[in-house]
Design a protein around this ligand. Structure first.
Ligand code: G3P
Length: 218
């Protein structure tokens, strides 16, 4: 399973990249706007930090403009994956860009039927939003599970990227569901490390070691 960071913040990306466990980055208009730079510059800076798929989202709403914008975004760096929303216009743009060999991450997916459409349009990635489905009292992870099963049934190559993950449990459940990629905020990546028995065990190892090898020399 690949781990992507769902952030455009360079400090967070540098910290995550230093651990050697970040395979890519997802951004969206909200995350890019938060950093205050033009998208081209921000994506270029991100590509300098993480060597992997970097999703950059179009903000046009009509297919011809989305296609134009997608082509421009794809020129920023070879690792850029163009993100299109799962609207009728977005799917039209996804089909066109995919036929040109531009990789598309279809975003704002909330159902298996939408995921089927994205796969048929040739999407490189489908992004079901787990947390936002949970937010409306439905089961976000069931959507991921169903998409994985449907893609397996028909051998679709589209990768399943579990997005809108809010907790370490979401990441583990995405792995159990068979998602190819989990994208998460830096906070969630950091929380994946935590276990009280690791902290307790480490403290004890170092205490025992110090008793013999440091206090003795003391
Ligand atoms: O990439 C999509 C993801 O960022 C959405 O997450 O937490 O805003 O639902 P969230």
């Amino acid at each position: 399973m690949k781990f992507f960071l769902d952030t455009a913040n360079l400090d967070e990306l540098k910290k995550g990249a230093a651990w050697g466990i970040v395979d890519g980055v997802t951004t969206n208009p909200t995350l890019i706007a938060r950093e205050g730079r033009e998208i081209e510059e921000q994506i270029r800076l991100i590509c300098d930090i993480v060597n992997g798929d970097i999703s950059a989202e179009v903000v046009s709403t009509k297919a011809p403009e989305m296609i134009k914008e997608g082509r421009e975004l794809s020129k920023i760096h070879k690792n850029v994956v163009v993100k299109c929303p799962l609207t009728r216009e977005g799917i039209m743009a996804t089909s066109a860009l995919s036929r040109e060999g531009i990789r598309v991450n279809v975003t704002l997916c909330f159902s298996p039927s939408q995921a089927l459409i994205a796969a048929k349009a040739g999407a490189y990635i489908i992004s079901p939003f787990v947390g936002r489905i949970d937010d409306i009292s439905w089961h976000g992870m069931d959507v991921v599970r169903n998409i994985v099963q449907i893609y397996r049934n028909y051998g679709f190559k589209t990768k399943v990227l579990a997005a809108s993950l809010r907790s370490p449990t979401h990441v583990v459940e995405s792995a159990l569901a068979g998602a190819d990629i989990a994208t998460m905020p830096f906070k969630v990546l950091d929380e994946l490390f935590n276990h009280p028995l690791t902290d307790k065990g480490q403290e004890q190892f170092l205490r025992d070691w110090a008793k013999v090898f440091q206090e003795a020399r003391g």
